[in-house]
Design a protein around this ligand. Structure first.
Ligand SMILES: [Mg+2]
Ligand SMILES: [Zn+2]
Length: 215
């Protein structure tokens, strides 16, 4: 048995594309790009960014959204990876700056419904999106909806080593607080320029499974 605990990003890591980004591209009023621009320029944090972007919708059609969500695909090797972790008694949870509504529906389609998720929350009410940010921490620099470093600090088991996988800016604050960092995309670039414990490049969950087997 391995004495490890796994925290994992969702969008672009478990899914092949960034769900929220694709959603906004397809369905949001063009104003979403101005808001995105403010975030790129650092004028607003990512929490404020997605909060404002979701407020642009005033006639939400639940069926459309569900159809959209049902078009999102995940890494084909993710299920095998989860089974391997279970066989090794390695705790697993998702830490995502996306919304529970999207994440749960996507995973359910792949028959995954027993995973702990730390994320932002979304409800649809009277044709509008209502957003909640229970894991927000205004002290944390990128101003993400979910402060991933806080989630890890509060949920890590002291006797276990922490493994983390991610691909983007929302993972930066977590990166320095883990023992092994599996990274791709922007997180990989960041990791190469930052003192990180063990930085491992990956492209699929099979790579991660193979690595853990060697630990
Ligand atoms: Mg991501
Ligand atoms: Zn943080």
């Amino acid at each position: 048995m391995k004495n490890y605990q796994f925290f994992c990003d969702f969008d672009g890591t478990i899914t092949k594309e960034d769900t929220l980004n694709k959603f906004l591209c397809l369905y949001a009023d063009k104003k979403w790009l101005d808001i995105e621009d403010d975030w790129i320029k650092g004028k607003i944090g990512s929490k404020e960014c997605i909060e404002k972007q979701m407020q642009l919708f005033d006639n939400v059609d639940e069926k459309n959204i569900n159809d959209f969500i049902d078009s999102i695909e995940i890494d084909e090797t993710f299920n095998d990876f989860l089974n391997y972790l279970k066989s090794q008694d390695i705790d697993f949870c998702i830490v995502s700056d996306g919304f529970d509504y999207f994440i749960k529906r996507i995973l359910k389609r792949y028959n995954i419904d027993d995973i702990k998720i730390f994320s932002n929350k979304l409800e649809i009410k009277d044709g509008k999106f209502i957003t909640y940010f229970p894991n927000y921490n205004k002290e944390c620099k990128p101003g993400a909806g979910v402060c991933k470093c806080n989630v890890i600090k509060s949920n890590r088991i002291v006797t276990k080593r922490v493994l983390y996988a991610g691909d983007g800016v929302s993972d930066f604050c977590a990166a320095k607080n883990v023992d092994f960092l599996f990274a791709k995309g922007k997180l990989l670039e960041y990791g190469k320029n930052t003192p990180i414990n063990n930085l491992i490049e990956f492209s699929s969950f099979k790579d991660i499974t193979d690595y853990i087997k060697m630990l």
